[in-house]
Ligand binder design. Structure first.
Ligand SMILES: Nc1ncnc2c1ncn2[C@@H]1O[C@H](COP(=O)(O)OP(=O)(O)O)[C@@H](O)[C@H]1O
Ligand SMILES: [Mg+2]
Length: 239
């Protein structure tokens, strides 16, 4: 079953075709990788799927998702800028629960503690401010916040790109664990193929707003058909 189907999707900004006639499906339960260099249109595509921006043309069909705002969530690259510096972690993680009225107010902090536990942060983090956390800890909070509204589908938009390499693997492992535990579907965006290789079953290679190549991870990695994909593979260190 497909959770999401994207058909002939385009987004233009003035003369620029940021996303140019893109079509693909995301199967329920899969981890689909989206790789491409900076400026290739990955985040624009993500924003359209989340309905944060309207497509110029094309359609996105959702199956089994009734409330896109609640059930489709995103984890951004930089938890520094996605967390309000004046809001304590507990309140930030609890906010989506409040907004979507998922629990009575007196139950929210209990749920926040569960969410912190899920991302392997102690409950004492609830009373801290973002600046008191490391980059990796802040990204864990970003993940907890994305999970707070009980989503089915998560877009991870370069979630480890701003982190030290030593911390990247911890966060990737955590994301894998959480996906299995909560039965989630991922669209995992990266400019780094080694990260995609670790996380994903299937891969889309994107360049200048278009899909260059799409297929099973092993096929893309072992027998890339397009010269752009080969170039990308040759420029990536293996992990
Ligand atoms: N709101 C916007 N207005 C104008 N141009 C934009 C806007 N958002 C993105 N772009 C442009 O669209 C292209 C694709 O951007 P983006 O989707 O962020 O790429 P990626 O996430 O792959 O780095 C880039 O050239 C970027 O400058
Ligand atoms: Mg981007």
């Amino acid at each position: 079953m497909n959770l999401i189907e994207v058909k002939n999707l385009s987004k233009t900004f003035g003369q620029l075709k940021a996303v140019d006639n893109v079509s693909f499906e995301i199967a329920s339960g899969e981890s689909l990788g989206l790789v491409g260099e900076s400026g290739s249109g990955k985040s624009t595509l993500a924003r359209m799927i989340l309905r944060l921006i309207e497509p110029t043309s094309g359609v996105i069909a959702y199956d089994g998702i009734t409330n896109i705002r609640r059930e489709c969530q995103i984890v951004f690259q930089d938890p520094q800028t996605s967390l309000n510096p004046r809001i304590r972690i507990g309140e930030a993680v609890g906010e989506p629960i409040l907004i979507h009225q998922l629990l009575p107010k007196d139950k929210i902090q209990g749920r926040v503690r569960e969410l912190l536990e899920l991302v392997k942060l102690s409950k004492t983090y609830a009373s801290r401010f973002p600046h008191e956390l490391s980059g990796g800890e802040r990204q864990r909070v970003g993940i907890a916040r994305a999970l707070a509204s009980d989503p089915k589908f998560l877009i991870l938009d370069e979630p480890v790109s701003s982190l030290d390499v030593s911390i990247q693997v911890d966060i990737l492992k955590l994301l894998k664990e959480i996906k299995n535990e909560l039965d989630l579907t991922y669209l995992f965006i990266a400019h780094d193929l080694s990260v995609i290789g670790f996380m994903c079953d299937r891969v889309i290679v994107m360049h200048n707003g278009q899909i260059v190549e799409i297929g099973a991870k092993d096929k893309i990695f072992n027998s890339p058909q397009k010269s752009y994909t080969k170039k990308l593979l040759n420029s990536t260190p293996k992990i």
